[in-house]
Design a protein around this ligand. Structure first.
Ligand SMILES: Nc1nc2c(c(=O)[nH]1)N[C@H]1C(S)=C(S)[C@@H](COP(=O)(O)O)O[C@H]1N2
Ligand SMILES: [Mo]
Length: 389
């Protein structure tokens, strides 16, 4: 049975005074995102502008926190590890990655979707530090020689759990039949981390203190915070958020009872899709200066970014900003920020579209789905008078 939702209470949430620049989408559980212009001010997103996504109360875990690893291949069936072990026994590795869980609002404007109505800024580019999950797994006996690589399941026990393929954690290529080329090509190292730092500081409670999983290239939902246990098993996590959420349901599943028929049939989302957004100007419209208006945004793409000041009639190429991180051999899985100069027309939206190296390109119209996930249509302008979206 998939785990169901419980009634949750929030007596001990962290102090959030330093997060006052965020727009709160929901108070309890706490869900908040920055404004579009704030988001693209920095290439590495500072904590004050970093979205917070939670499905329940934030636990108050201490630095002496421990977690267990159990399941297939684990020596002695179960082992207990402390955060201190993770910090002391393993090399510290750095990964820059885009954490995201974004843009349900665009789909919600088409038709009711279920969930927190996120805008375009539930995304941030963080530098996470910790040890490789792969190194920990190998030291407890879980290696690529396991007879059935199955799936890795990372679970936090109170109200959230999720899983990723074990191959993703180990950085193993199973060949093109089983794993797509992007993953094979992009993850030769096994960059999934057990992270204890974000942007050079210990993780804050909101972002998973004292230890979280960080899964580069995957939707944020797979990066479990407040890690309590890791189980290696031949099937996906039975947690609610793995089995009954974060799936693209067919368009005719419009209500809860209709959705019911599809949860067990549809695959869970792993990798995120090609994405970009116009963040400045914030409303996606021209700001009085019609020649060479500076436009800025973000993109999850390794390839091309086009911007149009006339609703997609003509396009110019933006310059992408994605410098290598620093001297710590940081593996870069992050976003890029971009800038373009375009000619704009009064009341006509400014749009962008990213193309990735596999040829995936953002489409103008969104593909609606009940859970409102994976929206990557062109941006919708708030003030467009004839807007239907
Ligand atoms: N324990 C726990 N882990 C979690 C969640 C949660 O609610 N609880 N939310 C997930 C989702 S949907 C996202 S997008 C990311 C958000 O991470 P952040 O709050 O650090 O931005 O955490 C993921 N890990
Ligand atoms: Mo998310």
């Amino acid at each position: 049975m998939a785990q169901s939702k419980r009634i949750l209470e929030y007596p001990n949430e962290p102090d959030r005074q330093s997060l006052s620049a965020l727009l709160v989408r929901k108070n309890a559980p706490f869900n908040a995102e920055p404004t579009p212009p704030d988001l693209v001010k920095n290439y590495i997103t500072p904590i004050q502008y970093f979205f917070c996504r939670s499905h329940g109360p934030i636990p108050d875990l201490q630095d002496d926190h421990t977690f267990v690893i159990n399941g297939l291949g684990v020596r002695g069936k179960e082992q207990t590890w402390s955060v201190k072990d993770i910090k002391q026994k393993y090399d510290k590795k750095y990964v820059m990655m885009a954490m995201q869980g974004n843009r349900r609002d665009g789909l919600h404007r088409v038709k009711h979707t279920k969930g927190v109505i996120w805008g375009p800024c539930a995304i941030g580019n963080g530098v996470y530090a910790g040890c490789r999950l792969k190194d920990v797994l190998e030291s407890v006996g879980v290696t690529k020689d396991l007879p059935d690589l199955g799936r890795l399941h990372c679970e936090e026990d109170v109200c959230y759990g999720s899983s990723i393929p074990l191959t993703k954690a180990l950085g193993v290529s199973l060949g093109l039949a089983l794993i797509n080329t992007a993953t094979t090509y992009r993850d030769p190292f096994g960059d999934v981390l057990l992270a204890y730092e974000m942007n050079g500081e210990p993780l804050t409670r909101d972002h998973g203190h004292p230890l979280r999983v960080v899964v580069p290239g995957y939707i944020g939902a797979r990066s479990v915070k407040f890690l309590k246990s890791i189980t290696i098993q031949g099937f996906e996590s039975e947690a609610f958020y793995q089995r009954r959420d974060y799936k693209i349901l067919p368009q005719h599943a419009k209500k809860e009872d209709q959705a019911e028929l599809f949860w067990s049939k549809m695959p869970s989302i792993g990798e995120y899709n090609v994405q970009s957004y116009v963040c400045d100007p914030a409303d996606g419209l021209h700001s009085g200066q019609t020649k060479n208006q500076v436009v800025q945004g973000y993109a999850l793409s390794d390839s091309l970014l086009d911007v149009s000041g006339n609703d997609g009639k003509t396009w110019v190429e933006a310059s992408l900003y994605q410098p290598a991180a620093d001297g710590k051999a940081t593996h870069v899985w992050g976003w890029c920020t971009w800038t373009a100069r375009v000619d704009t027309v009064d009341n006509v939206r400014i749009v962008c579209r990213a193309v990735d190296s596999s040829g995936n390109i953002q489409q103008e119209q969104p593909v609606w789905n009940y859970r409102g996930v994976m929206n990557n249509s062109w941006r919708t302008a708030d003030k467009r008078p004839d807007a239907v979206l």
